[in-house]
Design a protein around this ligand. Structure first.
Ligand SMILES: [Zn+2]
Ligand SMILES: [Zn+2]
Length: 388
C-alpha cells in the first residue's frame, strides 16, 4: 500500500500536479461538451505539445544536461522559453537533477531511483521534499551560462506567459472569449499534463519495460514503443551507456524525432559539434553485454569440462575481435590527426592511411561475423544440453 510521508510533502508541486490533472479530467470535457472542438484548438494543442515536448528532449535534456551538441542562441532561447512552459522546473535545476540521475542511477543519490518504486520514479519524487536537495555542483557550467541563469531567475513568469497566457491569447484572437478559454484549457493546462506525463514515463517506464542490448549494469531499457511516445527518448539503455551522444535511437531505423530535429538544425547552421560515439565502440558494447550473459549461463552449467571448452572457444573469438577493433581505432585516430594537420601529410599518405582504415574496419566486421557464429553455436549447444 502507498504510504504518504505527510511531513515530507512538497505542497506547491503536489497541488499543481493534482489541480492541473483534475482540471484536465473535468473542465476540459465540460468545455468540449459545451462548445465542441474545432480544428484550430486541436492544431494549437499539437503545436504547443511539440514545441514544449521537444524543448525538454532536445533542449533541457540533450543540449543543456548532456551538451550533446552546441546550438545557436536563438535555439537556446526558444528551448528555454518553451521548456519553461512544460512546467518541469528551470533548465538549471532539471539538468542538475538529471546529471545526478546518470551518475548514481538506481542508487540512493539518484533523484528518481526506480528501486524506490514505480510511482516514486514517475512523479512521487517531485511531490516530496527531495533528500538530498538539488545540487548545483552537478551543473557548474550552467551557473556560468547567462541565458540559462536568466531563465532560472524568471522561470515562473516565463512558464506562465509561454505556457498559459500565450495559448489563451492565440485562442482569443481566433475566437474571442470562448477561444481564449479553450486555448488555456486545452493547449495550456491539458497539454502541460500530457508533456509532463511523457517526461515522467522516461524515468519510470523506460527503467521498467524493454530490453538492455548495451548494458544490463543498470535498469535503463530500450523500447521502440516508449520512443514513439517520447520524441525518441525511449532508447534509454543506449542513452545510459552513451549519455553524450546526440542520438538516443542510434540505429538508422529507430524512431528518434529529437535526433532528426538536431540533425536538421545542423544542416540549417543552427547547431554544430554533434557528438557521436564511434560505431565500433557501440558494437563492442553490444558484444560485451552478450558475452556477460553467456558467461552467466556457462557459470551454472553442470558439466564443468564442457563449460571450460566452450569458454575457451568464446574467449578466442573475443580476443581476435578485440585485437581487430583496437587496430581499427588506432588507425582511425591516426587518420583523424593527419586530416587535422593536412600540411604535414601528403595526399598519397592520406589515401594510403584511408585504405588501411577501411581494411581494418573490414577485418573488424569479419571478426564480428566469426564471433556471432561462435556465439550462436554455443547458444545452440547450451539449448541442447539443457534438460527438456
Ligand atoms: Zn534514466
Ligand atoms: Zn540523460
Amino acid at each position: 500500500m502507498l504510504r504518504i510521508p505527510w511531513k515530507q510533502v512538497n505542497w506547491l508541486n503536489s497541488l499543481f500536479l493534482i489541480f492541473t490533472l483534475l482540471l484536465t479530467l473535468t473542465a476540459v470535457p465540460i468545455y468540449l461538451w459545451r462548445y465542441g472542438l474545432d480544428w484550430f484548438q486541436v492544431s494549437l494543442f499539437v503545436v504547443m505539445f511539440m514545441a514544449t515536448g521537444m524543448s525538454i528532449t532536445l533542449g533541457y535534456h540533450r543540449l543543456f544536461s548532456h551538451r550533446a551538441f552546441a546550438a545557436n542562441p536563438v535555439i537556446r532561447f526558444l528551448t528555454l522559453v518553451f521548456g519553461a512552459a512544460a512546467f518541469e522546473n528551470s533548465a538549471l535545476c532539471w539538468s542538475a537533477d538529471h546529471r545526478r540521475h546518470h551518475k548514481h542511477v538506481d542508487h540512493d543519490e539518484d533523484p528518481y531511483d526506480i528501486s524506490k518504486g514505480f510511482f516514486h520514479a514517475h512523479m512521487g519524487w517531485i511531490m516530496i521534499k527531495l533528500e538530498p536537495h538539488t545540487s548545483f555542483d552537478y551543473a557548474k557550467d550552467l551557473l556560468r551560462d547567462r541565458l540559462v541563469m536568466w531563465q532560472h531567475r524568471y522561470y515562473v513568469p516565463i512558464a506562465i506567459t509561454a505556457g498559459y497566457l500565450l495559448p489563451a491569447l492565440i485562442g482569443g484572437l481566433w475566437n474571442g472569449v470562448h477561444g481564449a478559454l479553450g486555448g488555456l484549457l486545452i493547449a495550456g493546462i491539458a497539454r502541460t499534463v500530457c508533456v509532463q506525463q511523457m517526461t515522467f514515463f522516461i524515468n519510470s517506464l523506460c527503467h521498467t519495460i524493454g530490453n538492455r542490448p548495451y548494458s544490463s549494469q543498470c535498469t535503463a531499457r530500450d523500447s521502440g514503443l516508449m520512443a514513439f511516445f517520447t520524441f525518441g527518448e525511449g532508447y534509454h539503455n543506449f542513452h545510459h551507456a552513451f549519455q553524450h551522444d546526440y542520438r538516443n535511437g542510434v540505429k538508422p531505423w529507430q524512431f528518434d524525432p529529437t535526433k532528426w530535429a538536431i540533425w536538421l538544425l545542423c544542416k540549417f547552421g543552427l547547431a554544430k559539434d554533434l557528438r557521436r560515439v564511434p560505431e565500433g565502440r557501440i558494437m563492442m558494447a553490444e558484444v560485451a553485454e552478450q558475452q556477460r550473459l553467456l558467461s552467466n549461463r556457462l557459470e551454472v552449467l553442470h558439466i564443468p569440462t564442457h563449460a571450460e571448452r566452450l569458454r575457451e572457444r568464446m574467449a578466442a573469438a573475443q580476443a581476435s575481435l578485440h585485437e581487430a577493433f583496437v587496430r581499427w581505432e588506432k588507425l582511425e585516430s591516426e587518420y583523424a590527426q593527419s586530416m587535422e594537420r593536412k600540411l604535414n601529410a601528403s595526399r598519397e599518405k592520406l589515401a594510403e592511411l584511408q585504405r588501411e582504415v577501411r581494411d581494418a574496419r573490414d577485418r573488424v566486421y569479419a571478426a564480428m561475423r566469426e564471433w556471432r557464429e561462435t556465439h550462436q553455436s554455443i547458444l545452440s549447444q547450451l539449448a541442447e544440453a539443457a534438460p527438456a
